[in-house]
Design a protein around this ligand. Structure first.
Ligand code: CA
Length: 382
């Protein structure tokens, strides 16, 4: 089997009055960077790259211009060889960030092809599934714009998740400690004590601020505190982890086994959150999980894309071992983004529906989804 073509698509949808804020800025549009790899046997694979506000740099410049010419004519089953080839081509100026996001999309598409060629879901090619459904938490509770009361809007949204059957949800913080505590208190009191509540600061704080916030949040029974400090501040993570009574998580802004090495070996987080569409695709994420398992650090992936990234992340999630294995193991949580994303569901013919707090892991070959190309073309801006 040979790769014969690579197509990229950049999609965009403006959010208008559905724009939402978080600790760093207001998100006013959702975008997606996709690649479709075709082969001489008529089997196509699709991948998605996480973007940083500039999906064209990832899709057009990196995937299309830099990487595609290097993989035409190669066998998709040589995915690890192709990974090394592409990584080494951009390594000197691209060890982290967009080049690895682009590489992730290509790697995901290659695994989709392998699965379709063999008639097996990707989790079977990666060693098998520990689970056939994913226990999800709702990612939402961003800062709504154009509402009379942010607190009322957030408590209403939180109650909506509870009514929908979610047993866990994540609230954005990072607006200043006093405001954060006000929001955490309001949401906790609205949903009651039986729902797991995580918070996510998107690295808005320095270590001393994060420690103060963590201590003040302890009485609200916070399940985990995500990205308290900037991703480069490993010592800050260690300080927060040592002085906080709350589980500390992070990793969505880290890339490859080389980047995760320090987070893992220095035990800087309690739970590692690599993103499949950013940190290196299936090939590299499997290595990161192996590294994490040697240090007994649990892995629960970051997920924030369209149904392509969601389907890929579910395949990967199926293969995550328990940390550690035991008679009654703790099941990992799967991130189910519920924030406004007009491109998320329409992009694939297959839809995902949560049942009783769980998402089924697709058992169809490859990623288990097919693109709706008329939808892709409708929203494509390049
Ligand atoms: Ca996050």
């Amino acid at each position: 089997m040979k790769i014969t073509g690579v197509e990229t698509y950049v999609l965009e949808s403006l959010l208008g009055d559905k724009a939402f804020g978080w600790s760093l800025w207001v998100t006013d549009r959702r975008q997606a960077a996709l690649c479709v790899i075709s082969t001489d046997e008529g089997i196509d694979g699709v991948g998605e790259a996480l973007y940083s506000g500039c999906p064209a740099a990832t899709a057009t410049n990196l995937i299309n211009d830099a990487y595609a010419p290097l993989i035409i004519g190669r066998n998709p089953f040589d995915n690890a060889v192709i990974w090394d080839l592409l990584y080494n081509r951009t390594r000197d100026q691209g060890m982290k960030g967009m080049p690895i996001c682009a590489l992730s999309a290509i790697d995901i598409a290659l695994w989709d092809i392998k699965g379709k060629a063999l008639g097996l879901p990707i989790h079977k090619l990666l060693g098998g599934s520990y689970r056939d459904k994913a226990h999800v938490y709702a990612t939402g509770l961003y800062q709504p714009q154009n509402v009379s009361s942010i607190t009322d809007a957030l408590t209403e949204e939180a109650l909506g998740y509870k009514q929908d059957g979610f047993s866990a949800m994540k609230l954005k913080v990072g607006y200043g400690i006093e405001e954060d505590i006000r929001l955490v208190k309001a949401v906790r009191e609205a949903i009651g004590d039986d729902i797991s509540l995580m918070v996510d600061a998107n690295h808005a704080y320095n270590a001393s601020e994060a420690i103060r916030l963590a201590r003040e949040m302890e009485k609200y029974n916070i399940h985990w505190f995500e990205e308290p400090v900037p991703p480069e501040d490993i010592d800050g993570y260690l300080e927060v982890k040592q002085k906080s009574g709350i589980i500390i998580t992070g990793g969505e802004c880290e890339y490859t086994r080389y980047g995760f090495r320090e987070l893992i070996t220095r035990r800087a987080v309690d739970i590692l959150q690599p993103d499949l569409c950013a940190a290196g695709g299936f090939t590299e994420l499997a290595r990161i999980v192996t590294l994490a398992s040697a240090w007994n650090v649990p892995v629960m992936p970051h997920v924030w894309g369209t149904n392509v990234g969601l389907a890929a992340s579910l395949q990967f999630f199926a293969t995550l071992p328990h940390f550690p294995e035991r008679r009654y193991p703790a099941e990992p949580f799967f991130e189910y983004d519920r924030s406004t994303h007009p491109l998320r569901d329409g992009i694939s013919r297959e839809k995902f529906a949560m049942k009783n707090g769980y998402l089924d892991i697709p058992q169809r070959p490859g990623l288990g989804i097919t693109l709706d190309m008329s939808f892709v073309k409708k929203y494509a801006i390049s």
